[in-house]
Design a protein around this ligand. Structure first.
Ligand code: NAD
Length: 420
């Protein structure tokens, strides 16, 4: 008997299929559809980095701008061995829709370098970052394209990018990146923003669907910036986070994992494994753990046609970008499991990045309470708009979000016209 191999996933094919479905439902005219279906600009850079032992290693990186009709391009930078041009294209397209769902004046972009940063020393990581920043400096800038953190990048890496770009110009340009440390023009609340946004949207979805948050069993895949903060806020809201996972493995406690202790454990040991009071479970079974709320917060393509029928959750909230394949989406829809889509659920990060950029440009900084209140208001407003669109069109949450987003980008594209 032939063994069924897992399908090779291409995130850009997935992203275009999602766009096409929305474009069909909107009846988008062919010219606009053709423009929005492809990224506007793609830069591939191959560059050398001197390693600590004196040798030279070549690296490949990308920066893709999908659409800039509603404002400067915006999107994170990912360091990962699995980065590919198609992955970066997909992530850039999703950024366009995400900024449009929450109605902030940015277009979509994404960057990535093919590298496993765990294999580099801090000095190598800094040299790689500064060289990559230099290579993409021809297209990034505070008015044109503003990077931010994503998988395996953090405020320190943003600081090196900001410093490199500023050195080229001879003065400090903090607004060229967001997610920076506070000491150089970062924003209060940015570190927590994506997780906080996921929490707010989950709370609103639970209200709408009649799922009580108090005692709700939550499973979170990924325990980095987004996953750990989401888990902490869900636990604070009275949920029981029964299972969490990182790339090394998954842990379980039916009475609820002590999330602050798990965060400290990861800070000390670099992984969740071995957290006292929890048992190790196979990573493959994490997503299939019976729960009320399932939150993928790691990477794309993890809920597939292979495992979607075994998922036992009442609600899925996509904290990661692109965690559910198009085929899995259809299975979940048929099974009546609502999915709050990435372009809404994790938009808190880019929303506070927008606040950071506004503060940098104005040289006028806001307090954390103000940031969190503005974030809350945008996330609640956006959830309600998606819910209203879903009800109006009798579709799922993903389609509701896409209909809103694509219509906004299409309108901006239409009204600007085609140059020359
Ligand atoms: P991160 O690097 O801080 O953390 C990633 C986490 O996922 C780590 O705990 C890692 O061990 C884990 N992981 C990776 N592969 C895994 C796997 N196969 N199984 C289980 N765990 C795995 O990254 P992050 O910033 O938290 O980003 C996570 C997701 O959220 C990504 O999809 C990213 O694009 C998305 N996102 C991030 C932001 C942001 O502000 N950082 C904003 C919006 C969306």
């Amino acid at each position: 008997m032939a063994i069924k191999q897992p399908k090779e996933l291409n995130p850009f094919v997935e992203a275009v299929a999602q766009f096409d479905a929305a474009a069909d439902m909107l009846g988008l005219e062919p010219d606009i559809r053709a423009i929005l279906r492809v990224p506007k600009r793609e830069l591939t850079v191959n560059f050398p980095v001197r390693m600590d032992d004196g040798s030279i290693q070549m690296f490949t990186g990308y920066r893709v701008q999908h659409n800039i009709n509603r404002g400067p391009a915006k999107g994170g930078i990912r360091y990962d061995a699995r980065v590919s041009l198609d992955e970066v294209r997909a992530l850039a397209m999703w950024m366009t829709w995400k900024c449009a769902v929450v109605n902030i004046p940015f277009g979509g972009a994404k960057g990535g370098v093919i590298v496993d940063p765990r294999k580099l020393s801090v000095h190598e990581l800094e040299r790689l970052t500064r060289r990559y920043a230099t290579e993409i400096s021809t297209i990034i800038g505070p008015e044109s394209d503003i990077p931010a953190p994503d998988v395996n990048t953090n405020p320190q890496i943003m600081a090196w990018i900001m410093d490199t770009y500023s050195m080229h110009h001879g003065y400090s340009i903090p607004a060229v990146v967001t997610g920076k440390p506070l000491s150089i023009g970062g924003s209060e609340g940015r570190m927590e923003a994506t997780g906080r946004g996921v929490y707010v949207v989950t709370r609103e979805a639970c209200r709408a669907l009649g799922i009580p948050m108090e005692g709700a069993r939550v499973v979170v895949q990924g325990f980095g910036n987004v996953g750990s903060i989401t888990a902490r806020l869900m636990a604070l809201a009275g949920c029981k986070v029964i299972a969490v996972a990182d790339i090394y493995g998954a842990i379980y406690n039916e009475n609820g994992i002590d999330i602050p202790a798990a965060i400290r454990h990861v800070q000390e040991r670099g992984r969740l494994e071995g957290l006292p009071g929890s048992e190790q479970i196979p990573s493959a079974s994490l997503l299939e753990t019976p729960c009320d709320i399932l939150i993928p917060a790691a990477t794309e393509g993890v809920i597939t046609e292979e495992n979607a029928s075994r998922i036992q959750a009442k609600l899925i909230v996509e904290a990661a970008n692109g965690p559910t394949t198009v085929e899995a989406d259809a299975i979940l829809k048929a099974r009546g499991i609502p999915v709050i889509p990435d372009i809404l659920a994790n938009a808190g990060g880019v929303t506070v990045s927008y606040f950071e950029w506004v503060q940098d440009v104005q040289h006028f900084f806001w307090g954390e309470d103000e940031i969190n209140a503005r974030l809350e208001s945008i996330m609640v407003r956006s959830f309600k708009a998606v819910q209203a669109k879903r009800d109006e069109k009798d579709c799922d949450y993903r389609m509701g979000a896409y209909l809103l987003a694509v219509a906004r980008v299409a309108e901006a594209t239409q009204v600007r016209g085609v140059y020359p």
